[in-house]
Design a protein around this ligand. Structure first.
Ligand code: NIG
Ligand code: FE
Length: 420
């Protein structure tokens, strides 16, 4: 027998897509369109959204068997957030590096002194898979409580075959043992590890010839990523690694234009990458490059906030007709926080995005950036019932407005009410 939930008296049901009108993503002026039903009901059957509408056309309940009724009077219902860029599997934190930054050192200086990604890699290599899993699960539970229902998680703190596999197996366990929808990304090209110091080419070969084949043989990743940045991997390395990943069946989504404009964006556009992430710095002709492409720009304003680097020119990008997704970048170095509502506030306040745009960017477009928008990211019949019920709030604008607040009352994932 099916398990059914009826949510009634919903003050606002946000990001609804009517049958036949479902989109894979929204771009440009469409990003400011958000269908909202006031005084709504929503029905769930098993793990799917079965129907929705306004209370005035609700015909009541004929069949009460196996039905749970939730009264959402005064509350808003949203799609659970889709966080398409995180690094939540890591061991130990780097708050000491942050303290050094407060004392005047730059992120780059800290990395050059052996801190940064290498610091995290040395810590992670020492940890057992079990210890790593336990720490990562704390973060997985934390992001769920903050409204994330689907998450992309990257490797990239192993930087050798054994430890990259260890990270990816932990990601697989998070997928198996939590109600989160998880996509996994191989980011072996996050930094050149100490044993390859001065021999970047050797490490690139190791990634292409050893790590990618092993990962693909175990089916451990969905996507391939590279940190395309001065001092890390150049455009040529990026192209070779992304292509090798694509040949192994992994879609490309990668870090580019975080600190410098290298021309590396063009590489991904040519390879039809699923997403290009960061873009804190962006040349005007790079906006043109992204027009009318399947590649989505994923912006990470809480990274800009924490590192005090420029914010991506989201307004210019959307005004030029591009699609934009928002994600947290949760990681120990540049963004030790995984709270999508805060990212939405920053996007409005610092990147001049509009309220409707940030909902589309953190839900439907976030799902697209994980290749999940057919099943997630909006309120649509047949989509997975991944939903948030808020506390009593005056309107959905209140969530990004009331920055840093905690407005989520209940999280429903795969049609299950989960206690967070
Ligand atoms: O997305 N830019 C590269 N990777 C991370 C930061 C990694 C770290 O500092 O540990 C990012 O910001
Ligand atoms: Fe990142």
């Amino acid at each position: 027998m099916e398990k059914r939930i009826l949510i009634k008296n919903i003050k606002e049901l946000v990001l609804v897509e009517y049958p036949g009108e479902e989109k894979q993503m929204v771009s440009g002026t469409d990003m400011n369109q958000l269908s909202v039903i006031s005084n709504a009901w929503l029905a769930i059957e098993d793990d799917q959204i079965a129907g929705f509408g306004t209370m005035s056309d609700w015909e009541g309940i004929q069949d009460w068997t196996n039905l749970e009724v939730v009264d959402a009077e005064g509350k808003t219902v949203l799609p659970a957030f889709c966080d398409s860029h995180t690094h939540i599997v890591y061991y130990g934190n780097r708050e000491n590096e942050w303290v050094s930054r407060l004392n005047g050192k730059s992120y780059e200086e800290i990395a050059n002194e052996g801190g940064g990604i290498i610091n995290s890699a040395l810590k992670l290599r020492e940890a057992s898979e079990e210890e790593l899993f336990e720490q990562a699960m704390v973060r997985a539970n934390e992001i769920m409580a903050q409204g994330t229902g689907a998450v992309e998680i990257k490797s990239g703190y192993g930087l050798n075959l054994e430890s990259e596999l260890k990270m990816l197996r932990v990601i697989r366990r998070i997928k198996e043992e939590t109600p989160l929808t998880v996509k996994s990304t191989l980011l072996a090209a996050h930094a050149v590890p100490p044993e390859f110091k001065g021999n970047k080419e050797g490490y690139v070969k190791h990634i292409i010839e050893e790590i990618i084949p092993a990962v693909s043989q175990e089916g451990l990743a969905d996507f391939i990523d590279v940190f395309c940045e001065k001092g890390y991997f150049d455009n040529h390395d990026t192209q070779r690694i992304l292509e090798a990943g694509q040949q192994a069946g992994l879609k490309a989504k990668y870090h580019v234009n975080q600190f410098t404009i290298s021309g590396g964006l063009e590489v991904g556009v040519k390879l039809n990458a699923l997403s290009v992430d960061h873009l804190e710095v962006l040349a005007p002709d790079e906006i043109d490059l992204l027009k009318n492409k399947d590649t989505i720009a994923t912006l990470l304003p809480s990274c800009s906030f924490f590192l005090e680097i420029p914010y991506s020119p989201a307004r210019e990008m959307i005004d030029a007709g591009l699609p934009v997704a928002l994600a947290t970048d949760y990681n120990p170095g540049s963004t030790p926080s995984g709270k999508i509502p805060f990212v939405m506030s920053l996007a409005c306040i610092k990147m001049k995005m509009k309220v409707n745009e940030v909902y589309n960017a953190a839900c439907l477009n976030g799902a697209y950036a994980m290749d999940l928008s057919k099943e997630l990211g909006s309120i649509a019949v047949g989509k997975k019932a991944n939903l948030l019920v808020t506390k009593e709030i005056p309107s959905y604008s209140f969530i990004p407005y009331s920055f840093g607040g905690d407005h989520i009352d209940e999280v429903i994932l795969n049609g299950e009410r989960i206690s967070t």
